[in-house]
Design a protein around this ligand. Structure first.
Ligand code: AMP
Ligand code: TRP
Length: 378
């Protein structure tokens, strides 16, 4: 409680209102003093929040709801996203519009969208800390993609590795979306003033193109976009296929023996690891000229946290069989809690997360798009 002694002294002018009852004046002073103190504390807090927010980076990443999410997706991307969410403002998209570049069954696509959200959450992405949303819920992505189409040279799009690979893989369906895919991806990223994009190695080329497109736009219309950079986890940026260690582990691989899906059963994991390609010899030793065992050892390292040297000495004198049996058991144990969480998340929980995520994402995206409209004269 304040007492009369801390009320500032009246000035001469203020004495001229002394005809008010003394009680009213004291109450008025008490009130203004409290208000003054409250406002000062509020502004100091606001300044502190702004300062700390300016040190936080905006992180954006996304995955397509296609195929089975595998250990490559997990360690190359999702696991790193979860680690970033305490110290950054993170936005993670389920980029359903991207997945339309290949043929989909609508019922299956809807299920995959929900399952991908389940994977995000089961892998530790917390919707209270990060924004999780469906790309198609925020129409600003598609509109900005169109605008970016109009500043992106076709030649830049034609040289993208993913475009070349996918158009070779889907010869009967080389649609325009396959070519302009990186413009939509650039829109996803720069719509949110993103600084860093944590991805696996295969997506670095697309993030670089997003940076080039943002630069082009800025040169043409004035500073509008932050230039994004990719963020890689060196060790896990490129997990290789189990059936062919010269190519990356891939959701769209023709054989399911290429990958371990996060939802694979213990029996399937054991079978897939047993069948995984190995190199000549039998020694558990990491060298680049033995890509198969190097890849399996990398997975062992990521799963257990043990250094490569420790793994080598643990399996000294033992062969591939012992190593593979242990690796399979460890993957099974590692995935167990993720799978339990995955199975426990109901669709209606996800509906609420999608609703809240869409609102938060749209709030940022619509403001940015309004600014872009003004900049380009729309
Ligand atoms: P996608 O499978 O194309 O939807 O990829 C989702 C994320 O996982 C992207 O950041 C990819 O770069 C990453 N990713 C995909 N495959 C691998 C892999 N084999 N190794 C490491 N990261 C990967
Ligand atoms: N192209 C990415 C992939 O296939 C998915 C993606 C779409 C993405 N938009 C993005 C990744 C924006 C990072 C940022 O994996």
């Amino acid at each position: 409680m304040y007492n009369i002694y801390i009320i500032p002294k009246l000035t001469k002018n203020q004495h001229s209102i002394a005809f008010y009852p003394k009680f009213a004046i004291i109450t008025l002073y008490k009130f203004s003093y409290r208000l003054y103190r409250f406002l000062i504390i509020q502004s100091v807090l606001l300044v502190l929040i702004r300062i700390s927010a300016s040190f936080m980076s905006i992180i954006y990443s996304a995955a397509q709801p296609t195929g089975n999410i595998h250990l490559g997706n997990y360690f190359g991307a999702i696991y790193n996203w979860a680690k970033l969410q305490d110290d950054n403002e993170c936005i993670f998209g389920i980029v359903d519009l991207h997945s339309l570049t290949v043929k989909n069954n609508p019922t299956e696509l809807r299920k995959r969208i929900y399952d991908l959200a389940r994977i995000y959450i089961a892998s530790g992405i917390d919707p209270k800390k990060s924004i999780i949303y469906r790309q198609s819920d925020v129409s600003e992505h598609a509109e900005l993609a169109w605008i970016l189409n109009c500043v992106t040279p076709i030649a830049e799009l034609e040289r993208m590795t993913q475009y070349k690979d996918k158009s070779a893989q889907h010869k009967q369906n080389i649609n325009a979306g396959l070519l302009t895919y990186p413009c939509l991806m650039a829109a996803d990223i720069i719509l949110y003033n993103t600084k860093f994009v944590p991805v696996g190695e295969d997506q670095v080329q697309h993030v670089e193109l997003a940076r080039t497109i943002a630069k082009k736009f800025n040169n043409q219309y004035g500073d509008t976009f932050i230039l994004p950079k990719s963020k890689l986890n060196k060790i896990s940026a490129r997990i290789m296929g189990l059936d062919d260690p010269t190519k990356k582990m891939s959701k769209s691989a023709t054989s399911e023996y290429n990958y371990i899906a996060l939802t694979d059963s213990p029996e399937t994991i054991t079978k897939k690891i047993k069948k995984a390609v190995t190199d000549n010899g039998s020694e558990i030793h990491y060298t680049l000229d033995k890509p198969a065992i190097a890849n399996l050892m990398t997975i062992y390292h990521l799963i257990t946290g043990l250094e490569l040297k420790e793994i080598q000495s643990r399996f000294k004198g033992k062969g591939y069989r012992d190593f593979k049996t242990d690796l399979a058991d460890r993957i099974i144990d590692f995935l167990k809690p993720i799978q339990e969480k995955f199975n426990a998340i109901e669709d209606n929980e996800l509906d609420l997360i999608f609703k809240s995520g869409a609102k938060q994402a749209k709030d940022i995206a619509s403001k940015k798009l309004k600014q872009i409209h003004q900049t380009i004269g729309l």
